[in-house]
Design a protein around this ligand. Structure first.
Ligand SMILES: Nc1ncnc2c1ncn2[C@@H]1O[C@H](COP(=O)(O)OP(=O)(O)OP(=O)(O)O)[C@@H](O)[C@H]1O
Ligand SMILES: N[C@@H](CCO)C(=O)O
Length: 327
């Protein structure tokens, strides 16, 4: 997370009077992340995370995110729980923003994910997909194919400032993906949609929990798999690590087997996932709010990843035999 909206100490102390969380002992803004404003709170009852929801989050979607965390936690997924105020409501307002407090999760996100981390996230993702199966509330994915062109249009005029030729590269890829090739009949359910390494906590090599459900929605489960291939299976030099991908996909498959159609669609889904993060990063890169405590993420990392997926001809390139057999 980041800090776009500041909160004064007396304002926060007043806000906390609505909860049974004891006295505010200390708080600080969290510089990590790019989407919302986040604060680590220490009260006499323990540590908590306060989130002020910013730009990309629609207020109407917040009940979905908060109820989903509760649902997943009740179905065996270790994730933060929304903290209800005395009136029973978790969603409130602070400093003019929608705000919620969630429980603090122990662990560290891996700065350099290894093969064991990738296997851990594969298993956790599949278990999350299974746990989400009977979640009743629905939320469409605002950042699927139809959401990409508006992002492109918001950034296209200045894209070549970031890399010469980027505008045409993006335009061609968008034309390809929005030309009827995007799958529409794969198994769907609740997806996390942003399960990057900074959203998965580990204690040693053991996964201890998943955070940040602010992009969660209903979409193809295999699109979530494709997002993780992008987020977890490339090296810092942006080369693809097939060993990590195989570990991730095999661990996912042991908990929830991908169908043949899902496997076949992975290269295309991975291209879509790459352009989605390329575009949001590009928009953010070109529009850092003055004074915000945030480090925008590099859009060009996703140009390299997208080029890799464009070169993929079969799921073999991701470490899977087309039948799903381990290579
Ligand atoms: N429940 C939690 N327990 C412990 N730490 C947390 C929790 N929620 C958030 N954090 C801390 O805040 C950081 C940012 O949180 P988060 O990823 O939710 O923010 P974001 O702005 O939505 O970021 P992103 O760029 O990943 O979308 C995390 O990396 C972690 O350090
Ligand atoms: N995980 C995203 C940022 C939050 O949406 C990225 O790395 O671009």
């Amino acid at each position: 997370m980041a800090v776009y909206t500041d909160v004064a100490a007396d304002e926060l102390a007043d806000f906390l009077k609505q909860y049974d969380l004891g006295e505010l002992l200390s708080y600080k803004g969290i510089a990590e992340g790019v989407e919302n404003s986040n604060f680590l709170l220490h009260t006499s009852k323990g540590a908590f995370i306060l989130t002020l929801y910013e730009k990309r989050v629609a207020k109407n979607d917040l009940p979905f995110f908060l109820a989903l965390m509760t649902h997943l936690a009740e179905h065996g997924i270790n994730c933060p729980l929304p903290v209800k105020a005395r009136d029973g409501e978790a969603l409130r307002e602070l400093a003019g923003r929608p705000a919620a407090i969630i429980t603090f999760l122990e662990g560290m996100w891996p700065r350099r994910p290894n093969v064991a981390h990738c296997a851990g996230v594969g298993e956790a993702l599949a278990k999350m997909h299974l746990a989400g199966a009977n979640f009743a509330i629905k939320r469409a994915n605002a950042l699927s194919v139809s959401g990409w062109r508006p992002l492109f249009e918001a950034a296209s005029n200045r894209a070549d400032e970031v890399q010469p030729g980027l505008r045409d590269f993006l335009a061609a890829e968008l034309d390809h993906l929005s030309n009827g090739v995007w799958p529409s009949n794969l198994p769907e359910g609740v997806i996390h949609a942003d399960l990057f390494n900074d959203n998965v906590f580990f204690l040693g090599d053991k996964l201890s929990g998943i955070i940040d459900f602010t992009f969660a929605c209903n979409d193809m489960l295999s699109y979530d798999v494709a997002i993780c291939l992008n987020a977890w299976c490339f090296e810092p030099d942006h080369s693809f690590n097939v060993t990590k991908a195989r570990a991730f996909l095999n661990a996912y498959g042991r908990a929830r087997k991908l169908t043949t159609a899902e496997e076949a669609a992975l290269p295309l889904l991975a291209r879509g996932a790459a352009i989605r993060f390329l575009l949001t990063r590009l928009v953010d890169w070109l529009n850092v709010p003055p004074g915000a405590l945030v480090k925008p993420k590099d859009p060009l990392e996703y140009v390299r990843k997208l080029r890799f997926h464009q070169s993929v001809t079969s799921v073999r390139d991701y470490g899977l035999m087309p039948s799903g057999l381990v290579t």
